[in-house]
Design a protein around this ligand. Sequence first.
Ligand SMILES: [Fe+2]
Ligand SMILES: [Fe+2]
Length: 256
Amino acid sequence: MLAATAQPTLCDMTEDTRPWPQDGRERLIYPSPVGWKGTDFVDNEGELLKLLNPKTVFMMGDNPALPRMPERPRLLDFFRCRFGDITVRHLLISAKRALDDGLPEKVVMACLLHDISNGCLIRCDHGYWSAQLVGPYVDPEVAFAVKYHQALRYVPDESVGYAYPESYHAFFGPDYEVPEYLLRDAEYAKNHKWYMTARQMTLYDTYFFDDFPVVQPEELEDVIGRNFKEPEEGLGFDGSPTAHMWRTMIWPNNFL
Ligand SMILES: [Fe+2]
Ligand SMILES: [Fe+2]
């Protein structure tokens, strides 16, 4: 069973006095297979099932080891309460640099959202997952840039000074071969009318943690207000085609 420890966070829900679900019982967590297949994590679903008794339950709903999300979560609540530190810093700095450089707000938004699925959902094919996640709430041009940035990152474009990332040599090895589906999708994006929105986003997709000041989520609030349709019911509860993906990030440990 995974032991969860509370992590330091930007999320401040100290005013929230709602009781926690499943109180008084031990909550068992069975992590989603997509996060551990092929690792040394030993599949323990059978063992956990044997532990069930009146004092144990499988985790469902708010996990007390995680910061509590507001009842009607907004985009930045996920940055503050759920996403990993590196994803938060990377997205905020990418967006703030594009904003400071006077790029169109669609590019700034694409920068802010481009790796969002890495924060608390799924990493494999993160451009595709991220685009789908935000699709109902942003301009299609922003979703396009988010989707295709993944493929375009592998493809140089000398006309704008974009080269294959040095970091990818370190990440994947110098002999890494870009899969055919990404090359195909990059080619499609290159011939699309929104190519430059996606391409400009990739120019800000770099890691500047050391030489760029810390960006607070609030600094992007105005741009978000103009470019992200926050649903009244809160992300996860508005019945959009991707509401379940936001709920998965609110309750990442749910058994079902
Ligand atoms: Fe990315
Ligand atoms: Fe990125």
